[in-house]
Design a protein around this ligand. Sequence first.
Ligand code: SF4
Length: 126
Amino acid sequence: MGLVLITHDMGVVADVADHISVMYAGRIVEEAPVHDIYARPAHPYTKALLESIPRVDVKGQQLNVIKGLPPSLTRIPPGCAFNPRCRYVQPVCRQDPPPPLYDVETGVGTGRTSACHFWQEVVGSE
Ligand code: SF4
């Protein structure tokens, strides 16, 4: 039996899913086996979502948030839809939408894809 779970709660996802598709502005931006995404996200939106999960072992600090708001689906920004909120943004991101999904090779799994021009930088950053 298969189950499709749609949620913003990444903590719940970790408990019940084998494979994750992360969506932003109506488009899949990253796909991967669940443990690979938690270990090394390859899209800035996925990375920001994971960083925004509250942690019981980190007290007295501000929660991480993703700045800005999601776009209206009738007015998606040109280029990459995440570019106004992305901390990895480059000029090309404001003009050229990433192709549907790049193959991601991180050495920790197979079947990984990301819709980010700069997925290598995201995977390689802390
Ligand atoms: S393509 Fe550019 S703006 Fe979009 S997620 Fe990647 S780095 Fe950020």
